[in-house]
Design a protein around this ligand. Structure first.
Ligand SMILES: Cc1cc2nc3c(=O)[nH]c(=O)nc-3n(C[C@H](O)[C@H](O)[C@H](O)COP(=O)(O)O)c2cc1C
Length: 252
């Protein structure tokens, strides 16, 4: 136990809850500076305040900063991310057309992703949200780790940090399990990268509200279902490409 932190209250923030909820972007580029322990403690504390199935609190967070194993794990995750991104870039057409044009959202995303993946092994922290389960893993186990993960990202945003939830671990899962001694009855649900943003948070863009919110019947809108003034929207929503994780000795 850290004798200093155990007497310190949680860090506070003047970002309002509503403001934070609508302006927490996926942050992929970070300053090259470590995340102080008091920040890690605050975001993890916020994460563990999330609801879970029967308050079972089956979520666990494995934090990788700068220890020997963490450095090795980050290298494994970065290599896996490169493979997944190479696949996705082709599958979702980032290598052609607007993907090559940095004046378009797709082109900017392509460039950001390239920089993100190039620097992934130097991300100030990588956090693996995990969930313990017994018997067969169920939907409820997943439903108990993602609210906590979002709490973590929101707390990071409140304290001037940022991150993104990803699935980069998927193609390095066996190696990560061995290295980090993750038991078989623990599901690794995601990979969150975290740091102080090189860019900034701001209003997030989504599809227009009436496409996403219905009242009374599926597909039926209501007069209160309207975006606030100034809301901007995303364009098309990409279809999910099909790909399988690599297992040791296998190919993607
Ligand atoms: C379940 C899940 C998986 C995701 N996987 C990845 C990923 O593998 N790589 C990545 O860069 N972002 C990943 N994301 C982040 C999304 O791309 C991001 O949340 C989305 O583009 C919205 O970004 P915005 O909030 O900045 O608008 C994932 C998000 C979720 C919730």
């Amino acid at each position: 136990m850290d004798p200093y932190l155990s007497n310190e209250p949680l860090l506070s923030s003047d970002v309002g809850l509503m403001e934070g909820l609508v302006s927490t972007r996926a942050i992929r580029l970070y300053h090259d500076e470590p995340i102080p322990n008091e920040v890690l403690r605050a975001v993890c504390f916020a994460a563990t305040r999330a609801p879970s199935d029967s308050n079972r609190q089956s979520f666990r967070f494995l934090v990788l900063s700068d220890g020997l194993k963490a450095v090795r794990a980050k290298t494994l995750i970065a290599a896996a991310a490169q493979k997944i991104w190479d696949f996705k870039r082709e599958a979702e057409g980032y290598t052609s057309g607007s993907g090559n044009d940095e004046t378009t959202p797709k082109g900017r995303m392509n460039r950001t992703m390239e920089r993100y993946i190039e620097n992934l092994d130097r991300a100030p922290a990588i956090i693996l949200p995990c969930v313990t389960f017994s018997g067969e893993i169920s939907f409820l186990d997943g439903a108990s780790v993602f609210p906590a993960s979002q709490n973590l990202l929101l707390a990071a945003r409140a304290l001037g940090y940022g991150g993104v939830m990803t699935t980069w671990h998927l193609w390095a899962e066996a190696e990560l399990r061995e290295l980090l001694e993750i038991p078989d009855d623990v599901y690794v649900a995601a990979t969150i990268t975290l740091g102080r943003p090189l860019g900034h948070h701001g209003p997030v863009r989504r599809r227009p509200l009436p496409e996403l919110i219905f009242e009374d019947s599926w597909g039926q809108t209501a007069d209160w279902v309207v975006d606030p003034p100034g809301t901007t929207h995303t364009g098309h929503v990409p279809k999910r490409p099909t790909m399988k994780p690599t297992r040791p000795g296998g190919e993607p």
